[in-house]
Write a protein that binds this ligand. Structure first.
Ligand code: PGA
Length: 252
């Protein structure tokens, strides 16, 4: 049985004080009603330490939104997986479509980042997904298959135990347009089949595959009830405690 993950991606939204309140609200709710799923928030780098302190002793986990592929050196502005691991960060998101689009991150570059994170034992949430154009030309399977093959399929079964995949159709991110539960299930099932063919049956059964793209309380139940949907990566709705906690409740 795969344990669901509900992960909030706070992106580059400002507000240290607001974030602290948001984090506190989430922690106190998790304390009064312990969920049957993993719950994670990924704040911007400058807030990670204070969120780790706020969440200390609670079930809330803290993740990062990015990391570089080197562990140290003259790379001005970058943050290494080793640094995140030293802070005891629980996950790092890699390959988000916004990083691919605005920062030119390629599959080959992401493979290096995945390796660097796993080298220090930092679990990865690896994002994949097709654009609107690619969906309209019905090439979503080909696109996602290529993203996974180039960045992940060299990993051993043992390394894959620390990898979570997030399927995020780009046309559904921040647009209010969600993939239908059938569209999500179809892609998640496709990804799981790829895992069984390219990694192992055990990995395919154990790997959590999250859905991301305008998930909110109103559509979470249907999406999360799909057989191969093991949680959500949530942007907009993770910035409101009530919405995020409603999704957590739905997951377990
Ligand atoms: P959204 O973002 O929930 O605001 O669509 C999801 C994501 O980018 O991970």
């Amino acid at each position: 049985m795969r344990r669901k993950i509900i992960a909030g991606n706070w992106k580059m939204n400002p507000g240290a004080a607001d974030f602290k309140n948001l984090c506190q609200d989430i922690c106190s709710q998790l304390e009064s009603e312990e969920p049957n799923c993993e719950v994670l928030i990924c704040p911007p780098f400058p807030y990670i330490v204070s969120m780790l302190e706020t969440a200390k002793g609670s079930a809330l986990q803290i993740g990062a939104q990015n990391a570089y592929f080197e562990q140290k050196g003259a790379y001005t502005g970058e943050v290494s997986p080793q640094m995140l691991s030293d802070l005891s960060v629980n996950y790092v998101i890699l390959g988000h479509s916004e990083r691919r689009k605005y920062f030119g991150e390629t599959d080959a570059f992401l493979r290096l980042k995945v390796d660097a994170a796993l080298e220090v034992g930092l679990p990865v949430i690896f994002c994949c997904g097709e654009s609107l154009e690619e969906r309209e030309s019905d090439s979503q399977a080909e696109v996602v298959g290529k993203q996974l093959r180039k960045a992940l399929f060299h990993l051993s079964e043992e390394s894959f135990a620390k990898v979570v995949i997030a399927y995020e159709p780009v046309w559904a991110i921040g647009t209010g347009k969600t993939a239908s539960p059938q569209q999500a299930q179809e892609m998640h099932e496709f990804i799981r089949t790829l895992l069984s063919k390219n990694v192992s049956q055990k990995t395919a059964e154990a790997c959590r595959i999250l859905y991301g793209g305008s998930m909110k309380p109103a559509n979470a139940a249907e999406l999360l009830s799909q057989k191969d949907v093991d949680g959500g990566l949530i942007g907009g709705a993770s910035l409101k405690a009530n919405d995020f906690l409603a999704i957590v409740k739905t997951a377990g």
